[in-house]
Design a protein around this ligand. Structure first.
Ligand SMILES: Cc1ncc(C[n+]2csc(CCOP(=O)(O)OP(=O)(O)O)c2C)c(N)n1
Length: 642
């Protein structure tokens, strides 16, 4: 392990309490070593790099000044928590980040008492911290005791509605609560929106902390050396009108902006706030994403997320792929449709690259909208666009669409507005774990009257579904596709408009019909090959639609087979449940059809490779084969013979 960094001081830190004994100069050195250790670990594991590097000094300062786990440090999104994990007793496992049975890439209550609140979706930290603050004041009992509640939230996450809802409530409740706004002028992509411009204005030019604090009487929250300047500024300001910051208007004391890489600013400000804060206080810290690692600093996204990489060159170690990613296929297919129809527009919630809309944004900037981390708004904005005569494609990850669910029901479905939902990362996603699994969208969309819900079985099917969605003006329509590469199938020149509610037969067989919804079809085909060796040829169908179901096809298969198995990359309540309902309603079970539905198990599956997660879920080819044998009673007979 010779290429591990030399970290003599960090080696002495096993819990944050060890930092309390250190001088400020030593804390600077610890930060330096912590940065090196973080870079070294992520070069081995891959993961979120840039955000963590940006908060190294802040992490050390917070743990040196506050008393976790009694004080609750709540990291928003928590993709920046690796340095925090290293300081809080998890350094020995830091090189297992995001791996099976390893550390989660996010904070997780079950992992450590130093993670008082789990996250991964953004903008929840202020609400959670306020909850802790109120619980503390009402005498709530917490294993780790009660102290300060501190939310650390990025400028990107701060733009979401939830953050404002929480500040609105916090300003009203007036509880002691500390919010640290980590402003690196980056989201994953460059941040968008009026709040982002506002924050930039807050520190354009003058020594803002002195003026604003003076104007609002927050001088006492500044450490001594700053106070002098602030008093002078106050004198200067007499007779002038200075508006409060937005945060002050919401009832927070505002301190900042301060340089989040300068311990000489961080430590005294945090100490003073700790000593003197009475109500909600916001400390505005400016940082640089990817700080201290040149390749991350230079990257377009500040090194937001990375594969494993070479420490010296920064070059990422990715396995080359043969097929295009589903995301890329979607992005290209939408471009194709948009070239033919100028009413098509695209909406992303802060993920232009992740959703493949980056190309669309370049080609048709006036028809592409990055609305910031604001899924609820993205959905209703799309509904408005549809009502106004446009053809909006609202491109969200399955897991983030969850946040816009009422908008899907209330604004889109009830009004039967033709919003096209492109649902990426549908199914299990691997290293990001349970928080990012796209497990529920089929269940929560297919039960909505008038919704069309499709799943692509491969990348060619995805292209057809984009064309189908573009052509569908009668109401809402959604298509889902997984993370990762396609199957390598031949791509059609032009997407074909599919008949709504019509599945397709992939293979004619006998005795058992496997009806697949989505990309498990590949595993089903593999299972069929293995079954052929046993003389069993299942019929295979690709349902394409969970809503409306191809009732004729399914009932026909039920009538001509002794058993039926459905499979989908989703939780119970989705495609298989709708098929079961159809069969029950048509008295098919009365006639003795054997029916099994393969869905994700009723657990949240921890991070691992997607293939391994699917094996935990029992959804790989071998599991499908076993299910067929089981439903046909073959396994038992074999067992009896043995
Ligand atoms: C609800 C939700 N939508 C989208 C995301 C994807 N996402 C993860 S981090 C991130 C950017 C966060 O930016 P910021 O808060 O400024 O933190 P930074 O990464 O710049 O430190 C986004 C959009 C998410 N985690 N949660």
């Amino acid at each position: 392990m010779t290429d591990r960094p030399d970290t003599p001081l960090l080696d002495q830190v096993t819990t944050p309490a060890d930092l309390n004994q250190m001088s400020d100069a030593q804390l600077v050195q610890v930060a330096h070593e912590l940065r090196a250790e973080t870079i070294s670990a992520v070069s081995e594991t891959g993961g979120h790099l840039g955000a963590g590097l940006g908060v190294v000094e802040l992490t050390v300062a917070l743990h040196a000044v506050f008393d976790a786990p009694r004080d609750k440090i709540i990291w928003d999104v928590s993709h920046q928590c690796y340095p925090h994990k290293i300081l809080t007793g998890r350094r020995d496992r830091i090189r297992t980040l995001r791996m099976k049975d390893g550390l989660s890439g996010f904070t997780k209550r079950s992992e450590s008492p130093y993670d008082p609140f789990g996250a991964a979706h953004s903008s929840t930290s202020i609400s959670a911290a306020l909850g802790f603050a109120v619980a503390r004041d009402l005498g709530g009992v917490c294993d780790t005791g009660h102290g300060d509640a501190i939310a650390v939230i990025g400028d990107g996450a701060m733009s979401a509605g939830m953050a404002f809802e929480a500040m609105n409530n916090a300003g009203h409740l007036k509880k002691r609560l500390i919010v640290i706004l980590n402003d690196n002028e980056m989201s994953i992509a460059p941040p968008v929106g009026a709040l982002s411009s506002y924050l930039s204005r807050l520190y354009a030019g003058e020594p803002f902390q002195e003026l604003k604090a003076a104007a609002k009487g927050a001088v006492s929250l500044l450490p001594e050396p700053f106070q002098e300047g602030a008093k002078r500024a106050k004198e200067m300001l007499k007779g002038m009108t200075v508006g409060g910051t937005l945060f002050e208007e919401l009832g927070f004391s505002y301190v900042g902006p301060i340089d989040g890489h300068d311990m000489d600013q961080l430590l005294p400000v945090l100490r003073t706030v700790r000593q003197r804060a009475t109500g909600p206080t916001l400390i505005h810290v400016t940082t640089k994403k990817g700080k201290g690692y040149a390749p991350a600093e230079a990257a377009r996204d500040g090194g937001h997320a990375t594969a494993r990489f070479d420490l010296v060159t920064g070059k990422q170690k990715k396995t080359p792929s043969n097929a295009p990613s589903y995301t890329k296929v979607f992005g290209d297919a939408l471009l194709h449709e948009a070239a033919r129809d100028d009413k098509i527009c695209a909406i992303t919630a802060a993920m232009p690259d992740g959703t493949g809309l980056n190309l669309f944004a370049e080609r048709y900037p006036s028809r592409c909208f990055d609305v910031g981390i604001a899924e609820q708004h993205a959905v209703t904005f799309s509904a408005g666009l549809a009502a106004g005569g446009m053809k909006p494609f609202c491109a969200l990850y399955s897991t983030f669409l969850q946040r816009g669910y009422d908008q899907v029901v209330h604004d889109v479905a009830i009004q039967r507005l033709p919003v096209r939902f492109a649902i990426d990362r549908a199914g299990l996603v691997g290293a990001d774990g349970a928080t990012h699994a796209g497990a529920f969208d089929v269940a929560f969309l297919a039960n909505l009257p008038g919704f069309v819900v499709m799943a692509a079985a491969d990348e060619a099917e995805l292209k057809h579904m984009v064309a189908t969605a573009a052509a569908h003006d009668e109401g809402p329509i959604a298509f889902r596709f997984p993370r990762g590469e396609g199957q390598g199938v031949e791509m059609p020149e032009q997407g074909e408009v599919l008949e709504i509610g019509k599945g397709r037969i992939i293979q004619e067989g006998a005795r058992v019909a496997i009806v697949s919804f989505g990309t498990r079809l590949g595993e089903v085909k593999q299972a069929a090959e293995a079954l052929a060796a046993r003389g069993i040829t299942p019929t295979i169908a690709d349902a394409r639609f969970a809503k409306p179901l191809d009732a004729a096809m399914i009932l026909d298969l039920a009538a001509t087979h002794e058993a039926m198995i459905t499979i989908e990359e989703g939780a119970v309540g989705g495609f298989g449940s709708h098929v079961a309902q159809l069969l029950a309603d048509n008295a098919v079970f009365d006639a003795g059809l054997k029916f099994r539905s393969m869905v994700l198990p009723d657990i949240f599956i921890d991070q691992s490779s997607p293939a391994d997660m699917y094996s935990v879920a029992g959804m790989n080819a071998a599991d499908i084969e076993a299910k067929v044998l089981d439903v046909l009673g073959v396994a038992q007979i074999k067992g009896k013979r043995a």
